[in-house]
Design a protein around this ligand. Structure first.
Ligand code: ADP
Ligand code: ASP
Ligand code: MG
Length: 410
């Protein structure tokens, strides 16, 4: 009998009424003869509400306690969904992450899954029960509760699917699939029928919140077919897999963006690799992630270094740099907030050198200043003013013909 893993996100399980709709989909799958494992998120905005309560108590709550707190959200959903299914005459049983044998590394708030002991759930599947597992959570070797990072239930679902040898993992959400960009920001965004792992991975890392990046990484590594579809309709979703047969002619497959970006610049830094390394070492020591980096050599002796950080960690970043002003030997530090990162992504880009130029032309035609640039084989990212974000997305969507079906070539 084939096993299917179905994952339902926060909006999809936001109320008891929604849980009944989720149950309809789960029952349909079960009746079609599948073994079913359901992975769920916390209901609605529960996780946000828990985060906000913690922040009323402390500006730096303990990461361990945050994990104990946030993991409660998913535990509510599993029990309620199980009750709904049992009321409807089906055998269903709920498992927290630790009951399901989901072991993680010993890192709070952003742990990676290390292993899954499938022997704990298998007997239930064998007996025909629908198994419901709490997403986003696991446990360390030392029995500490951990969470996988915001949006991490996708990753739980894919990891479970891989561990149980399922060939397919279905992610049910509040949109009908993966679009050319976030449909909440660009009305003309178009649903993609298929997208490759590499393109999806890039989009997810660059901010497309529809899938947790690690979920795509795990799916790619285990050659698992990942489907993103709606929990609100029966419309066909998007398939994420190795090779994409359609739209091969397009250089750009989609746009991703991140808001809340801040650029920090150190002026008058000594012009040496050691001096630049010292800056990054100091920041890394505080576990602060930096993103786009640009260095401008001013003369033989001095250089200026700019990099971006998420606005949430700006104060921490400035504190570190101020504390070490003497050792780092810079003359002045400035920063600029309210920026956004806009990226174009597509594997066709690697063989089409004009794409970056097309992007810059399109942005400059709208008077949108590009403040920083970063590229890889399959993406170009630009840092712009956040106030210009929607305009930039619209113009890039247009420039790269993303609203049009696959017959268009660039
Ligand atoms: P869930 O709670 O089901 O995990 P999320 O809010 O995490 O749902 O992800 C779905 C949301 O992702 C959509 O509502 C949409 O606004 C956003 N999104 C961002 N980029 C994309 C994209 N390229 N395609 C579809 N949705 C996207
Ligand atoms: N509930 C968690 C969050 O809101 C995990 C998830 O929904 O995937 O981030
Ligand atoms: Mg999500």
């Amino acid at each position: 009998m084939s096993l299917t893993v179905m994952k339902f996100g926060g909006t999809s399980v936001a109320s008891v009424e929604r849980l009944q709709k989720v149950a309809d989909k789960v029952i349909k799958k079960k009746e079609a003869g599948h073994q079913v494992i359901v992975v769920v998120s916390a209901m609605g905005k529960t996780t946000d509400a828990l985060v906000s309560m913690a922040s009323e108590i402390s500006s730096r709550p303990s990461k361990r306690e945050m994990d104990v707190l946030l993991s409660t959200g998913e535990q509510v959903t599993i029990a309620l969904l199980s009750m709904v299914l049992v009321e409807r005459g089906y055998d269903a049983v709920s498992f927290t992450g630790w009951q399901a044998g989901i072991k993680t590394e010993a890192v709070h708030e952003n742990a990676r899954i290390a292993s899954i002991d499938t022997s704990l759930i298998r007997p239930q599947l064998k007996k025909g029960s629908i198994v419901i597992v709490a997403g986003f959570q696991g446990v360390t070797e030392d029995s500490e509760i951990t969470t996988l990072g915001r949006g991490g239930s996708d990753t739980s679902a894919v990891a479970i699917a891989a561990a149980f040898g399922a060939r397919r993992c279905e992610i049910y959400t509040d949109v009908t699939g993966v679009f050319t960009t976030d449909p909440r920001y660009v009305n003309k965004a178009r649903k993609l029928q298929e997208i490759s792992y590499d393109e999806m991975l890039e989009l997810a890392y660059l901010g497309a919140g529809v899938l947790h990046p690690r979920a795509v990484e795990y799916a790619k590594n285990s050659h698992l077919e990942l489907v993103v579809c709606s929990s609100f309709s029966d419309e066909e979703g998007t398939v994420i897999k190795e090779e994409v047969s359609m739209e091969k002619t397009k250089s750009v497959r989609g746009l991703a963006f991140e808001k809340n970006v801040t650029k920090v610049t150190l002026l008058g830094l000594p012009n040496s690799v050691e001096a630049v390394s010292r800056v990054f070492d100091a920041i890394a020591a505080k576990h602060i992630n930096i993103d786009v980096i640009v260095q401008n050599v001013l003369d033989e002796a001095r250089t200026s270094l700019s990099f971006t950080v998420d606005h949430d960690v700006l104060n921490e970043t400035l504190d570190v740099l101020r504390e070490q002003e003497k050792e780092l030997e810079y003359h002045q530090m400035i920063f600029e907030s309210e920026l956004a990162k806009v990226s174009i992504v597509g594997s066709g880009m690697a063989s089409n050198p004009g794409v970056a130029a097309q992007m810059f032309h399109a942005l400059s035609a709208r008077d949108i200043k590009v403040k920083m640039i970063s590229t890889s084989e399959i993406k170009v990212s630009t840092i712009i003013d956040e106030s210009k974000l929607i305009e930039a997305l619209d113009t890039l969507h247009e420039t790269f013909h993303l609203a049009e079906e696959e017959s268009v070539s660039l």
